[in-house]
Design a protein. Structure first.
Lengths: 378, 378, 378
């Protein structure tokens, strides 16, 4: 507890923890005030995610930047996983898929681009380990192929939810998890020496003791799960109030909320000229969601959801993920970065965000999403 | 005037200036002889564009190759801008879009490919500054994403000209211009040192005095504008006579005519082993059209055109621009070139040209184009 | 004959030659037992392809690895060409196209990926000549553009077999063959020095005398042609028995059978740390099929087939070829390889194979294929 208080003094973001009890009270007393609950749950998730992230950093502090980044991304995505699980149990498959695709795109483009930009504004030219970046980009590319091929090969009009799509989704999920596991074996075991850091800046903050870190991890995860349920229930209604399309909420809002804490770490790494850390968090997180969180959700949907969930995304989401993976591939290829690279990557993200924001809700893509939602509630 | 005469003696292309008065006379006397007017206006635009280009080179002569190339491309595209403005005022939005897409593809593939080939036939292996090439290819890639995403995300059948498309087009236009401006800031100011030249050959021609150069720039631009109006009026009818599809005329013929002068500079640079100059002109010109000319035309259509123009291109054009950007990215990645690289790039261009030439006019894509044209004349 | 016997003692695969007479006898006696004939013809083609390959290696043994790889690929594809010719003469255009696309994808992904994996399991990190790999990947990329553009530009629903598609296909075929010929000129003549080997391992087997090699080449080619006819006749019926879709048979089974011998060479090269040889065989073979075998088949269809064959593939096949070319481009870019690169490439292949295996036969893509088949039998 003393640790916690000292943390709060250091990190003003943690003052937001005060909203955690507030959101539970409001959910009990005024369960129908969706807009208020939406705002409160966002304000409560952000500091919880930051705590999770801080606890993870403590565990990762003894390893190199690349490995630390991977560990960071693995546990930092707990927030996304828990939010998605809440949506899965509610049968909101459209929200699950939108938040998966959005998290991949947001981590790849916004987190990476903003890291390059923020780092580049302070440092003229930054270097990072491109072996590590290449591997993550390669994994990401593989995952987007796994999501693209089924719909491309079977024709765009394949009836979603057919036996073909279901069987294929399970097979792809197993393949993706296998690729992810082999990637860990490669980067942590057989070719570990390739993933060392290129450049070192000053040291980070003092790590927590391991017991304290693991305890925080467990307790905060449960809190995130509880707040996420309120968030998932309120987000749709709140979107209508704010005049945002469902696609925009799932892709942009949920992804930014879920990734807020990791972004804080990535941006701080970039400012300290530890770009390896930033690239590791951004791409590691994206590829982990694509190759681990998404397939696990598909497999879990057989146990937890009202109906099996497949891996078939709407074409627009697949195009965005593919472009994100390709962009990451192109910009990390040289292992060097300056501020304009960040601008380019962010611009791609802004194009996506603007398109989704302006998208009329009654369009063809909307009806696809509805079809998917209906399927879940069969 | 003395300068002009000396120029004409040096550059046989300028003899074609004699067609400038001829085209005006014919347009006055026989306004209905479209085929003749088409040929005459082509013959008149080429030397005018060459003069514009020569004047620009004079201004650019004191800077490095990469910066000179950028300047060259900026003002060299005056011809394209003026032609497109003439078509815009006539409400020929299909021609505007085809000429934009065509100019991007022609500069990226034909000008770059032929430079590599012509340079490679003389020099065994050529090097160029790949930082500069990479940035231009990155900008081009960004622009094609901006053109691709709206139609991919909203579904291919989104009704063109809807409120969604209009709002999105204006937003994208602003984003693209911002990215272009930041790119200039980057390459000309904050990271100028990266854009120096790799290799130097012999010196170019003697530059004009600055006053003379600026005067020529102003006067010739007005002449190009006047001839362009005649060109735009006659090109459609002439296409029918020559048995060419509208798509082929807009993509290939207009782009080759508008870019003739820049091509002369790029090819001459390649022969003199100043491949930095060639790559700078080709990719700089393409990215300038995509990120500056096209968005400016969208914004100007609110003032000058009969109806707002959007940024939605027909899918075939988007695919060609995307492939062109990807090809440029792949071939400039190594910073080295030999003749076969030029062959590969030219082959891609020939595939496009042949497809457009053979395309039956009554096909589905034709009706799309017509729909766009009709929209403008609402 | 003594040579042949010694070969058989060295290479256990050649024991399968015993099936060559068996398949002819069974085809004579029980012409309707398709499943048996399918299995027997597969078992007979594999050792014949190995003999062809061995004879080619003997010819190539005096040249460098890259040139040897090219030669190897050129003649190694005799098997594929002969099988495709048998299908062409039978009017089975769907099978011809599926086997072309499948051979490209299988060589690019399975052969390359398995070489990387097998080599990487023995050697920690392997290097190869990336100039050569880049050129092959560039040629492959060009070929996929040639296959992609016509359908993208004319709209996906362009009626296959129209005059437009026919004329375009002939034009593209000529362009592709020209690009292939110029590529040979480049790599074997003008820029030969770039294509030398990077690394050498132990020496290969003792080469055959040239006379013996050429004699084997001629005789075995005739045998392959005869067995291929039986294979083509039986493969469709056998597919039904084994519960495989037609697309899976054409793409995966035929490609693996046709390429078995080259794979043996490529894998053995990778184990001996001669990765130049493996990459040369895999990508050289893929680009040769795309730029030489496929166009030649189009041109030959005017002479040998019941109707002209075009170059229009079903969209799923084009997507797979495009992804294969892009993957090859990305992974060979660095000129270095470790086992995980092989895993990534193989995973892409497994995604394709699984999708094709699970594809329901009655789907939309199936009807496309039938439309193509019907066209041939008009």
């Amino acid at each position: 507890m003393r640790f916690l208080l000292r943390e709060i003094r250091h990190n003003p973001l943690l003052w937001l923890l005060a909203f955690v009890p507030v959101v539970f009270v409001v959910a009990k007393v005024w369960p129908a005030s969706h807009t208020l609950l939406f705002l409160l749950s966002v304000l409560a998730i952000v500091p919880l995610a930051a705590l999770l992230s801080r606890a993870t950093e403590s565990v990762a502090s003894k390893t190199g930047d690349a490995v630390g980044g991977l560990l960071n991304a693995t546990l930092g995505n707990l927030t996304e996983l828990v939010i998605a699980l809440a949506a899965l149990r509610a049968g909101e498959y459209m929200l699950v898929k939108a938040s998966i695709a959005g998290a991949i795109v947001t981590n790849t483009l916004f987190m990476l681009g903003a890291s390059f930009l923020l780092g580049g504004l302070k440092h003229h030219m930054q270097e990072f380990n491109r072996v590590s970046a290449r591997m993550q980009a390669g994994l990401l590319f593989l995952a987007t192929i796994a999501l693209l091929v089924p719909s491309a090969v079977s024709g765009a009009d394949a009836t979603a939810g057919s036996a073909f799509t279901q069987k294929l989704s399970v097979g792809l999920a197993v393949l993706l998890i296998a690729a992810y596991a082999l990637g860990m074996l490669f980067s942590l075991k057989t070719h570990r020496e390739l993933f060392g850091s290129e450049s070192h800046g000053e040291e980070g903050e003092e790590p927590w003791p391991i017991k304290m870190a693991l305890g925080t991890l467990a307790g905060v995860t449960i809190l995130v799960a509880l707040v996420s349920e309120i968030f998932v229930e309120s987000v749709q209604e709140a979107a209508v109030v704010f005049g945002m399309t469902q696609a925009f909420v799932g892709f942009i809002v949920v992804a930014l909320v879920g990734g807020a804490a990791e972004m804080a770490s990535a941006f701080s790494g970039a400012r300290k000229n530890r770009l390896d850390l930033s690239v590791g968090i951004a791409l590691g997180s994206a590829s982990q969601i694509a190759l681990f969180v998404a397939p696990v959700l598909v497999l879990l949907s057989y146990v937890l959801g009202p109906a099996p969930m497949d891996l078939q995304f709407w074409p627009g989401a697949v195009v965005m993920m593919l472009i994100a993976a390709l962009t990451a591939s192109l910009v990390t290829n040289s292992g060097r970065s300056a501020w304009f690279v960040g601008v380019l990557v962010l611009m791609v993200y802004f194009i996506f965000a603007m398109t989704l924001y302006l998208l009329p809700p009654g369009e063809r893509q909307g009806s696809n999403i509805n079809a998917t939602t209906e399927k879940a509630s069969r």
